[in-house]
Ligand binder design. Sequence first.
Ligand code: FES
Length: 106
Amino acid sequence: PKITYVAPDDSARTLDVPLGTSVMRGAVSNDVDGIVAQCGGNAQCATCHVYVDEETRDKPAAMRANEDEMLDFTACPRRPNSRLSCQLKVTEELDGLIVHLPERQQ
Ligand code: FES
């Protein structure tokens, strides 16, 4: 599935991210700047924060309580479309997803 990562300067990269991995993993394995992922994907650091583009807002599955709690600790302000990219599991439904990277993660 194709995921598009949009940097704060509006430059974008679209990558084919393998099924079963995560939106965070897709960024880290392809050197997309702007995702730190300090905890390695365990919903314990909030440094993999992304804003899901409004047009693709309905693609990701609903968040679980641990993600919701951790989103209160993001470096950039939490918005209604905020997600932890490590908790966005790559499924066919995610194809076409667009995420915006925040200005900073720490
Ligand atoms: Fe730490 Fe996502 S990588 S919360």
